[in-house]
Design a binder for this molecule. Structure first.
Ligand code: GBH
Length: 475
């Protein structure tokens, strides 16, 4: 039935970039190698009860020692670009002093990529704050934003001659609200006002870094990656449901996009969060820094959700809390909102597969923010976890993941036809890896990792994606 309803193939522009993404703590391992100090994720994952089965990133995919093999694999797959993140505590173990051995790892990785003809796409921060900085108050402390600016300069000094694509932050919503309000992520704090402070200081750190890097190097391509969910009212005729969708759109999507592009927090979100904001958080000049012009908006997209403001009943409430494994609601100021299932197939994360939302989201971002600002869109993460089965011959026929990626690429292409300036797509993830609080139980890779032997095996989705990267055609 799939084949009968599949429309004809779509072709992407020759210049479109095909890539894969990972993050330092999720793949590197080498947790104590070369002078690296602990990050908040080392501490959190070693705290009993915080991650699935007590899993940690101590070894992960051992990418720290196997990066040459991984780059060779990407080259074989014909990928154009690799999005990786830097472990801040590897490069600046005490948060201040530069560790040359830590920098050398990234310098070697970048050289290896360039020699393989792969563009290095660097993310400065993918959630792993040096523990010493958390001990000083973490992102709830304004000083962390200035430390982040210094870290940007250290990286640029060492790598700026070869790395031209620069992402400051990955998903500040998760870092702030899952880390400081809901506690499902490191540092595991549950204080709504800290989460709001963290969100503002993350954005301030971004603004300081962009401002500084632009001064040093006007030609650098600068941006950040935000996570977006397309929220719709479960019942468009219900005022409560319409309000619910407005609220999470405000606190999750617009909360970060508005400051970046328009230099203000959304008024409705501020109202929803009234009484929760710490006094004197926003200083004169902060919003100007935060809205320093960028070149690229990275979009991480996994699903679209229907929301209700009504009591959803026990089944839905259970489904909603399973997403964050309990803990206080991360949607501070809108705790009564819950999601309602569309009844569509779900990934192993329990996220519904709804590619149409990616099309709608990209068109909306283009219309509301990026077109006017002359900013290019890249989908910096998209992909799915499934319970893969290894066949007797060792292969992995991950047809559900392949189909997820195919349908989202078709939706992305529709957005481009509707005018959205999307220039590249990164599948999440290159490798099965440490899926944060879910540990190694959830596999997102197009390449399987055997955690006993650390052997890599490209899945069917990887072979298919290599064909897409080679031809620009999605069948
Ligand atoms: C991304 O996060 C990460 O950047 C990446 O490191 C990670 O491995 C990947 O996706 C896969 O998870 O249930 O209240 O948290 C995506 C995180 C998950 C954040 C879904 C929003 C829904 C709201 N997103 N979550 S909640």
């Amino acid at each position: 039935s799939e084949a009968a309803t599949t429309p004809s193939a779509v072709t992407f522009p020759k210049s479109f970039l095909w890539g894969s993404a990972t993050a330092a703590y999720q793949v590197e391992g080498g947790h104590a190698a070369g002078g690296r100090a602990p990050s908040i994720w080392d501490t959190f994952s070693k705290t009993p009860g915080k991650t699935h089965g007590g899993d940690t990133g101590d070894v992960a995919c051992d990418h720290y020692h196997r990066f040459r093999e991984d780059v060779a694999l990407m080259k074989r797959l014909g990928l154009n670009v690799y999005r990786f993140s830097v472990s801040w505590s590897r490069v600046m173990p005490d948060g201040v002093t530069v560790n040359p051995e830590g920098l050398r790892f990234y310098s070697d990785l970048v050289d290896e990529l360039l020699n393989a003809g792969i563009i290095p796409w660097l993310t400065q921060y993918h959630w792993d704050l040096p523990q010493v900085l958390e001990d000083a108050g973490g992102w709830a402390n304004r000083e962390t934003a200035y430390a982040f600016e210094n870290y940007a300069v250290v990286l640029h000094e060492a790598l700026g001659d070869r790395v031209r694509q620069w992402t400051t932050l990955n998903e500040p919503w998760c870092a702030a609200f899952l880390g400081y309000a809901n506690g499902h992520h490191a540092p595991g704090r549950t204080e709504p006002s800290f989460a709001l402070a963290a969100a503002h200081h993350l954005l301030l750190g971004h603004g300081l870094a962009v401002h500084r890097l632009r001064e040093r190097d006007p030609e650098l391509e600068l941006g950040l990656t935000l996570n977006f969910t397309d929220y719709r009212p479960a019942d468009p005729a219900s005022a409560g449901d319409v309000d619910a969708a407005r609220r999470l759109d405000g606190s999750f999507n617009r909360f970060f996009a508005e400051p970046i592009f328009h230099g203000t927090y959304p008024a409705d979100a501020l109202e929803d969060q009234a009484g929760l904001w710490p006094d004197d958080l926003i200083h004169a000049g902060d919003m100007e820094l935060i809205s320093t012009p960028i070149d690229v908006l990275g979009v991480n997209f996994y699903t679209g959700e229907l929301l209700t403001g009504a009591d959803p009943g026990e089944a839905s409430a259970a489904a909603a809390s399973a997403r964050t494994e309990g803990g206080p609601n991360p949607n501070v100021g809108s705790e009564h909102v819950s999601s309602v299932r569309r009844g569509l197939p779900q990934t192993a994360m329990g996220w519904e597969v709804y590619p149409q939302a990616l099309r709608d989201l990209l068109v909306r971002l283009h219309t509301d923010y990026t077109a006017e600002a002359g900013v290019a869109l890249y989908v910096t993460e998209n992909g799915a976890a499934y319970d893969d089965v290894v066949e007797a011959d060792g292969s992995v026929q991950d047809t559900q993941r392949l189909d997820y990626i195919r349908r989202h690429l078709r939706a992305l292409h529709e957005a481009m036809e509707a005018g959205a300036d999307v220039r590249g797509y990164f599948v999440w993830s290159l490798l099965d890896n440490f899926e944060w609080a879910f540990g190694y139980a959830k596999r997102f890779g197009i390449v399987r990792v055997d955690y006993q032997t650390l052997e890599r095996t490209p899945k069917a989705s990887a072979h298919w994606f290599a064909g897409v990267a080679r031809t620009g055609v999605v069948d």
